[in-house]
Design a protein around this ligand. Structure first.
Ligand code: KMH
Ligand code: ZN
Length: 272
């Protein structure tokens, strides 16, 4: 099996300090948390940023500040969000690509997202995909439901993304695909041969789906964006704590953990 790529999704757009007081918010707090997650074994940082009030923003300046601070500390892969927060326009969301990041998310369909709608019509998806292609950004296809795999394959047909693609299954969002083992098997079986994939289980689905991915040859995303708890009723102390648990489990299960450059090689990206 390939080495395990661990992604730390440390900030998100929706989670608050009320839910977990250890949530990093400022560029410096995010950079410090990223370094801790990298030291613990993360090779990708899935990056969202916040404004001075702690509200989600897609401001290129804030992204640049956070990304620069992270890159000064470690060689982790920075994957910027183009999803942003529910209700943001495509014009707002695309600003993060002006950094020319190594990697960015690309959601290939619309999904209900709690009480809101994470809106991704085909024309917007194509704009994001074209911008990533022009800037040489590796997309990670965010899959909130099984139809979004078809959305990615439509982009392949149009030559806007280049297979083999890397997918991230975000499972357990209210409105999206449930976070069950059966649903993960269905998603994995629906991928074209040669694809790589990771799983981001929401809430209590994070740990069991992560263990399944370790066993099945997939990759794992953890972090406060998806889950603020370490165990039932016990808040996680840090994103690094969640990463460290996946590293321990992977080692126990005989799976080595990838460094950032090993992750780049697995994903077909140039070394840094
Ligand atoms: N905050 C969600 C609505 C991404 O980062 O690309 C979208 C999201 C996906 O987090
Ligand atoms: Zn995100």
């Amino acid at each position: 099996m390939e080495k395990l790529i661990i992604t730390a999704a440390m900030v998100g757009a929706e989670v608050t300090r009320q839910e977990n007081p250890n949530l990093p918010l400022t560029p410096e707090e995010i950079a410090q948390a990223a370094e801790e997650a990298w030291k613990a074994g993360a090779s990708i940082i899935h990056l969202h940023v916040r404004d001075e009030q702690g509200k989600a923003t897609q401001s290129a300046a804030v992204f640049r500040e956070a990304a620069d601070r992270i890159s000064r500390r470690c060689d982790v892969i920075i994957q910027v969000s183009t999803g942003g927060g529910v209700g943001m326009t495509a014009e707002e969301r695309i600003q993060s690509l002006t950094l020319n990041p190594e990697m960015a998310t690309l959601t290939t369909g619309t999904v209900n997202f709690g009480d809101g709608v994470f809106y991704n019509p085909p024309k917007d998806i194509e704009v994001f995909a074209r911008a990533m292609k022009e800037r040489g950004v590796k997309p990670e296809i965010e899959v909130f439901d099984v139809g979004m795999i078809g959305g990615a394959l439509a982009l392949v047909k149009k030559g806007l993304v280049q297979p083999p693609l890397h997918y991230d299954f975000v499972m357990g969002v209210p409105g999206g695909i449930p976070g069950t083992p059966r649903d993960l098997l269905h998603l994995v079986e629906s991928l074209p041969a040669g694809s790589t994939w990771s799983v981001a289980g929401i809430g209590r689905a994070e740990l069991p789906l992560g263990v399944m991915a370790i066993i099945m040859g997939g990759h794992v995303r953890v972090g406060f964006e998806d889950n603020v708890y370490y165990s039932k009723g016990v808040l996680a102390e840090s994103n690094a704590q969640l990463v460290a648990r996946i590293v321990r489990l992977a080692r126990e299960l005989g799976r080595e953990v990838a460094t950032p450059n090993e992750a780049r090689a697995i994903l077909g990206m140039p070394p840094r």
